[in-house]
Design a protein around this ligand. Sequence first.
Ligand SMILES: [Zn+2]
Ligand SMILES: [Zn+2]
Ligand SMILES: [Zn+2]
Length: 142
Amino acid sequence: MFSGKDVYMYCTGGIRCERGSAYLKQKGICKNIYQLQGGIHRYMEEFPDGLFRGKLFVFDNRYTVKSNDDVIADCTYCGRPWDKYSPCSSIHCHQLVLSCDRCRQEHHLTACCNECQAKGDAGEETEQCSCTRRRTRIPREL
Ligand SMILES: [Zn+2]
Ligand SMILES: [Zn+2]
Ligand SMILES: [Zn+2]
């Protein structure tokens, strides 16, 4: 898939790219490997009016940081534009949910999946929600 190609990598903070490009270099299959130093995070700081659209996911309770107001994600339930994460309402679940105000208020859809929605606060502690396995993996494994 990378054989003989120029590869350009970027990630949130530039750390995973560092590892990823080291791995590809070691394999020696692609022509050139470039990476975005400091990741999208640095890019947004240096180029607030740059090409990055939408919000950047961060691993703390801000969930996202932004340099523009574009909303490029959708509500999981109704598909309307929505990009504010909240924790799944099932008490032991660690998933984040994109569920819009309307779905929350009118349909009480506050969980990551139907299973969690039904469990509410009666859920048991598990490492992963059962819906995690059903999600598409990116990049797709060939
Ligand atoms: Zn919705
Ligand atoms: Zn859940
Ligand atoms: Zn779930």
